[in-house]
Design a protein around this ligand. Structure first.
Ligand code: NAP
Length: 274
């Protein structure tokens, strides 16, 4: 199984599970619960939530009985990312998630609070055992350079960013930069919220491998070292489908065809929307 490794050698399956929009509709909760539990059972143990998703109570209930099997990720909203605000937000997330610690806590995106303050809070939370690691999300290379140069900034373990076949900008600089710092890249929206699934080239490659387009999109996203992906799937069928992407090896012809349809970046492209 393809994995990524954190600095303490904790190794995780390169596919985790997103939860955006999950837990909202009471009629869907049973199916979503089964989906998340199926994924964890298969080994896709990273479960990604955020205070912004307003579903931490739902996620907490789903994983309560198997907390030790899960690598739990949550995020602080930028407007809360002052020193005291980050600590308060984390404590709220812990209460909602029914746990005493997060495996990874991320700054959701850059806001007006100085990075130094958020880092100070992350360092305190880590010292107190409330988070085991911290990282960021949607932060581009120029700001990452600043973060790693700040006191305790080099403890940043991960950057969660938009990355899929249709959004390859991070390949130019952010992914190589992160690899050089041994910082994990967590690709969100790896199947572009489903928009990639009808692409004819993806369909053709999927047919050749006798798999689904979602599996090809995921196998492609996690092909680089240190990059994992967190697809959101709200049915066990989709989760099982996604898990099988870990077995797919894309050959040179596949990669060439995908490059022709979804060209790699030839210059720096700032992170979309941030
Ligand atoms: N840090 C950030 O700023 C940020 C931003 C966006 C997202 N995220 C995180 O990343 C996660 C994933 O991103 P996302 O939810 O935007 O998009 P995504 O994972 O690219 O796509 C989710 C969509 O794909 C469908 N899908 C999943 N597996 C499938 C399969 N095997 N076959 C067909 N369709 C499939 C899902 O349908 P079903 O639900 O019906 O299965 C859903 O409609 C989020 O849930 C969230 O945890 C983080």
């Amino acid at each position: 199984m393809k994995t990524i490794k954190f600095s303490d050698n904790t190794e995780l399956c390169s596919l985790g599970q997103g939860t955006w929009n999950m837990g909202r509709n009471p009629l869907k909760r049973k199916q979503e619960t089964e989906a998340l539990l199926t994924g964890i059972d298969l080994g896709m143990t990273m479960v990604d939530t955020a205070e912004m998703y307003a579903n931490e109570e739902f996620v907490g209930k789903v994983i309560e009985h198997i907390r030790n099997k899960v690598f739990l990720v949550s995020k602080v909203l930028p407007e809360n990312a002052s020193v005291e605000g980050t600590i308060r937000a984390c404590e709220n997330s812990l209460r909602k998630l029914r746990t005493d610690r997060l495996d990874l806590y991320l700054l959701h995106w850059k806001g007006s609070h100085p990075f130094e303050d958020t880092i100070e809070a992350m360092t305190r939370l880590q010292r107190d055992g409330k988070i085991l690691r911290w990282g960021v999300s949607n932060i581009d290379v120029p700001d990452m350079e600043k973060i790693v140069a700040m006191p305790d900034g080099s403890a940043c373990e991960a950057n969660q960013v938009l990355y899929n076949l249709g959004e390859r900008g991070v390949e130019f600089d952010l992914i190589p930069w992160s690899q050089s710092y041994r910082m994990s890249v967590i690709a969100y929206s790896p199947i572009a919220e489903g928009r990639l699934l009808r692409n004819p080239v993806l369909l053709k490659i999927a047919e050749k491998h006798n798999v689904t387009p979602a599996q090809i999109a995921l196998a492609w996203t996690i092909r680089l070292d240190g990059v994992m992906a967190i697809p959101k799937a709200s049915s066990s069928a989709h989760v099982m489908d996604n898990f099988k992407a870990l077995d797919i090896i894309l050959d040179e012809d596949d990669l060439r065809a995908l490059d022709a349809t979804f060209p790699p970046p030839t210059k720096r492209i700032p992170l979309a929307g941030w």
